[in-house]
Design a protein around this ligand. Sequence first.
Ligand code: GLU
Length: 398
Amino acid sequence: MTEPRLSAALQRIAPSQTTAMTDRAIELRAQGRDIISLSVGEPDFDTPAHVVEAMKAALDAGQTRYTPVGGTAAMKRAAALHFERDLGIATDTAHVTISAGGKQAIFHALLATIDPGDEVVIPAPWWVSYPEIVRFAGGTVVPLPTRPENGFRFSAAELEAAITPKTRWLLMNNPGNPTGAVFTAEDLTAIAEVLDRHPQVLVMSDDIYAPLTYTGAPHATLAALRPDLADRVLTVSGVSKSHAMTGLRIGVATGPAWLIRAMEKLQSHSSGNPCSISQAGAVAAFEGPQDFLADWRETFRRRRELVVSRINAIPGLSTPVPQGAFYCFIDASPLIGGGIADDGALALHLLEHGVAVVAASAFGGTHCDLAGFRISFAASEAQLTEAMNRIEKAVAAI
Ligand code: GLU
């Protein structure tokens, strides 16, 4: 029998490796295997009680109907408050939209604006879904390789060299997944000067990890530093990472009104509105107390120290100290070759030893001559310690 035909667009993309590895870990656990999953970026903390209460109240009040496609008025106001208070971006509800996770906002923004032949500059290592969404939309991915010794940040000159007349977007992620790269206000000012010379380039700034920086400096973002670029910067954020609400799927975005309208036009035909109950929870998340975030950040900082010191003590593995988010991007090149053909095989080897990770190649590591894997340190110290013991044993067994 011939294979059913899939669209050319679908054939251009690969499945998400972060979600695939996590699904695999869940499957193995269901079979009774003892697997520690460090594959997905998901805080292990409980969703704050006031958020849960707000969702219960919304259910009791019968808020189970459609909402406006781009979110309720209350949700848009709460998102605007978040952008202004937490990211320093002056905005209003006409410039804000809500979607089923930040991923959907990015998906709609790129699908709404990319034509075949358009180039999209993506700093590598990158989050798995950026290049796949670009390819699905028919665009051409232009990798902008970064190096651990530069904190995985690109320079203004490197960006300038990657831009051509066909460049439609620059996709930024600050703090960065999978590397923990953090761009300073100075870095972004220099990047903005490059953008000034290329007015056709739109910028997507994915700031979902903004509350999680360990540098001590306040979070810097392009739309706040350079409000005059507002007509071409889309800033994406959410509650998944900051308020441990991953499964509730709420992402928020702010940008030029024309782009917000285009994203909502597409959303009106894809999912429609984001979940009404999750929106009620996200309103409470943004409007409620934020003080617990400092405690969470300190917990993540301790975990970061634990994994960085353990990983760097294992022969063949090395990682710089991530400056933000909750990932370590680990170079394991000395272990590749011989029995372990590539970093996909290394990830499977680690899975055999009871730890789920995601291969560096899934994040475009090859563009930076890096082979290895990413771990998420959004797990308890006890779990991380056991995971490090297993990784140590697995590496010794190679
Ligand atoms: N963004 C998280 C990660 O990188 C969640 C999974 C995903 O959507 O990729 O692990």
